[in-house]
Design a protein around this ligand. Sequence first.
Ligand code: FES
Length: 154
Amino acid sequence: MSENLDSLYRDIIMEHYKYPRGKKKLEDPDVTSEGKNPVCGDEIGMKVKLKDGKIEDISIDCLGCAISVASGSMLADAIKGKSIEEVKRIASAIKAILKGEKPDEDFDLGDLEALEGVSKFPVRIKCALLSWTTLVEGLETWESGKKSEIATTE
Ligand code: FES
């Protein structure tokens, strides 16, 4: 990755960190999920509203580092209007990118591409994955019928 691309990605991450999308109140969520990065103890709370099997809205409250907040913000931008299956596939693609692998599918990842640079810093991969793991865990708990349970993940 060129130095210019590195600095572009850094700018995108810092912009999402400063102005995180999804940081708001969300009444009557269908899915409530909490996650914790076991490496540092930082936490995230997430609420999702579903409509016709798709993500209608999401709120994210992330008490973490710049990468975890930015990744959650990008997630909020990327998943609106997507079905649960699509969200899981995007989450798998993000996981692959963070491991430095090529995803099985090609997605237009938009700002999420900025997370590619994180693969060079293994200790930060869990930071970038925190919001995605929390979201998928929450959606799977909801799918399993435990609608009133809060999904928790580490
Ligand atoms: Fe805690 Fe990144 S250092 S989430």
